[in-house]
Design a protein around this ligand. Structure first.
Ligand SMILES: [Zn+2]
Ligand SMILES: [Zn+2]
Ligand SMILES: [Zn+2]
Ligand SMILES: [Zn+2]
Length: 242
């Protein structure tokens, strides 16, 4: 069974439950029906948001809640009793659901750079260099695997200590040229790729996310942030390997 179909079946079930509960509350009169409409619509909206059925249509839950409650009131009024106050139940339902939606939308995570709210189901990225969570639309460079600000400012990610470099790539090379920027051994700090033995300067290793331009092999013992970049805003799952 299709996953979205499953969710809609669940939602339909919840709405039917809402209708029957509201119908029951209407039989008890206005003082019961009004608060029940409010509480039920808040509950349904929270459930709705939890299953993310309406991230692009925030007006839908209040409309559906108000409609379902109005239907229940109509049935109750015509079949059993007449209580003028009950007619306002649908307003309570719309208000409860609308307010819940408003609070939920406002509490969404924002992109640290452009400040747009991240859609519930959309991917966002945690920059390995500045550790900010950014949107994939404007503030993430897929090619360079960093946020656009870090790309612009050339923010480094690899450790700067000589000890680390000697351990992962050996000591500074006294000859050769960087295979990316073509800097000579005198101009730049060249380190040999442990895999293909090509020289690459420290700045270019850093810019290339610790990978060799030629063979694509990454240096061992890279910072953990470099391997965890994809963040899904809903469940905050982090996927390894970008
Ligand atoms: Zn952004
Ligand atoms: Zn960044
Ligand atoms: Zn270089
Ligand atoms: Zn290599």
């Amino acid at each position: 069974m299709n996953r979205s179909l499953e969710r809609f079946a669940l939602l339909a079930g919840v709405i039917i439950l809402l209708c029957s509960a509201q119908f029951g509350a209407c039989l008890a009169g206005g003082p019961v029906a009004l608060p029940v409409a409010l509480l039920l619509s808040v509950g349904v909206t929270l459930l709705w948001a939890h299953f993310d059925l309406s991230s692009d249509r925030p007006w839908l839950p209040p409309l559906v809640c108000a409609g379902a409650v109005l239907l229940s009131v109509l049935l109750a009024e015509f079949s059993f009793r007449s209580d003028f106050a009950e007619w306002f139940s649908f307003l309570f339902a719309a208000a409860g659901s609308g307010l819940t939606m408003f609070v939920l939308l406002r509490s969404r995570v924002r992109c640290a750079l452009c400040n747009r709210r991240l859609a519930t189901q959309a991917l966002s990225f945690k920059c390995p260099r500045c550790h900010m969570q950014v949107c994939d639309e404007a503030c993430w460079s897929f090619e360079h695997r960093r946020c656009t600000l870090c790309l612009e400012q050339r923010v480094p990610v690899l450790p700067t200590g000589e000890k680390w470099w000697t351990r992962v790539a050996g000591p500074r090379s006294a000859y050769g040229r960087c295979q990316i920027c073509l800097g000579s051994a005198e101009q730049v700090d060249l380190r040999i790729c442990p895999h293909c033995r090509r020289p690459q300067c420290r700045e270019c290793w850093d810019f290339n996310n610790g990978e060799c331009q030629r063979c694509g092999t990454a240096l061992p013992d890279l910072p953990a942030s470099l391997t965890m970049t994809v963040v899904q805003t809903t469940e905050n799952i982090e996927i390894h390997g970008a």
